[in-house]
Each structure stands twice: as structure tokens, then as C-alpha cells.
Design a protein around this ligand. Structure first.
Ligand SMILES: C[S@@+](CC[C@H](N)C(=O)[O-])C[C@H]1O[C@@H](n2cnc3c(N)ncnc32)[C@H](O)[C@@H]1O
Length: 188
């Protein structure tokens, strides 16, 4: 199916069909440093295929909420959890957590860590996402961001804690490998 076919059928681009560099870098970081996530209650924000959250579960996170706005992505997360032989029924939040209505809701989730892989690729969305992540950081949540330096990446408040060269489909990035950082919010 081509991109035009998808448009005609009103289907979003299949962002869930492959692991983006940002998600891959977070996954590598968590698998290499499992103590960072061990026993933590985590949110994989904008999960796509679920790669970062699945790595968190494999590294012994206590619980992971996956979050997506694309219902096909939500289905792919369930399939990828099964493919990784994780014997659990996944918690998948299909909603826009950064929307004004969601933010107004007096809901406390208690996430200790939020994972956000490759989410800074569109301008207005990037601005809203970093604002939401910084609010969560102020509430005491650890934020881990994976990003290959996309156009709208918010360099200012973040510091790099790891860097990997990750494989990527030529068709998507125009190259086979891309250097990708893992970042956290700079401590005040
Ligand atoms: C570039 S993909 C990254 C997917 C995954 N994190 C990874 O690194 O492989 C971005 C994903 O963000 C999702 N997304 C965009 N806006 C969102 C929002 N407000 N809330 C949740 N997911 C969102 C899209 O549906 C898409 O699957």
C-alpha cells in the first residue's frame, strides 16, 4: 500500500511499523542500564511500535503504560509485546495526554519515569510535548528522551546522557545509520 493509498483510506502514516531511532536509543539505554528502570512505574509516551516500553519491561520495570493516539499503533504494541514473549496484558492508553482537556483532568497517574522516543518532528506538537514533559519533570518524574536531533528538538532544557549509532531504514531517513542521543531534563 502506498502513501497515497493510505491517504485515500484516511489512514495515518504507519509510524508504528518500524522502531524510530529515538525509541531504539532509549531501548538500548534501558537494556544496558536496567537499574535505571527496575521496579519503576513508567509511561511510554507516543509509543509507536512500543519499542521503548517493551525494553523497559524486559529491563524489569514494575509496570508500563503505553500511550498512543493511533489505534493501529495500539494494536501493533500488543502484537510486539507478544512477540517479545512478555506474558502480560498490556496497559495501552489510547488518548492525547497533552491535549488541553486531558491536562485539565485532575488525574494523578504516578508515573516515575516517562519515555519519549522521536517525538520532536513537527513544530506545534513539539512545543506542546516539551512543555508537558517539563511540567512532569517539575512534579518529580524522570524524563528520558531519545532523539537523533530532529528539527524541533528542544536543546535548551535537556542534557545528553548516552549516544548510539542506530540502524534505520534508508527509505525513512535517507541513510542506514543515524547517531541518536538519550537525554534527560537538566537538573536545576
Ligand atoms: C516518530 S513516531 C515514534 C514512535 C516511537 N516512540 C519510536 O521511537 O519508535 C511518533 C509517534 O507519536 C505518535 N503521536 C503523535 N502525537 C501524539 C500524542 N499527542 N500523543 C501520543 N502519541 C502521539 C504518533 O502516532 C507516532 O506513532
Amino acid at each position: 500500500m502506498t502513501e497515497n493509498d493510505l491517504k485515500q483510506k484516511d489512514i495515518d502514516p504507519p509510524f508504528w511499523a518500524f522502531p524510530w531511532p529515538g525509541g531504539q536509543a532509549i531501548a538500548r539505554y534501558l537494556l544496558d542500564n536496567p537499574l535505571v528502570i527496575k521496579d519503576k512505574y513508567a509511561l511510554d509516551f507516543a509509543s509507536g511500535s512500543g519499542i521503548a516500553g517493551i525494553a523497559a519491561l524486559l529491563a524489569s520495570a514494575r509496570h508500563v503504560d503505553f500511550n498512543e493516539i493511533d489505534s493501529l499503533a495500539c494494536k501493533s504494541i500488543s502484537l510486539n509485546i507478544m512477540a517479545n514473549r512478555l506474558n502480560l496484558s498490556p496497559s495501552i492508553l489510547e488518548e492525547n495526554l497533552i491535549s488541553n482537556s486531558a491536562r485539565r483532568r485532575p488525574k494523578k497517574n504516578g508515573w516515575e519515569t516517562i519515555l519519549a522516543g522521536d517525538v520532536f518532528y513537527e513544530q506545534p506538537m513539539s512545543k506542546n510535548i516539551i512543555k508537558w514533559l517539563l511540567d512532569k519533570a517539575r512534579e518529580g518524574t524522570e524524563i528520558l528522551i531519545g532523539d537523533p536531533g530532529r528539527s524541533y528538538f528542544p536543546w535548551g532544557p535537556l542534557e545528553k546522557i548516552a549516544e548510539y549509532s542506530v540502524e534505520t531504514p534508508q527509505m525513512v531517513e535517507g541513510r542506514n545509520e543515524v547517531v541518536t542521543g538519550v537525554y534527560r531534563v537538566k537538573p536545576k
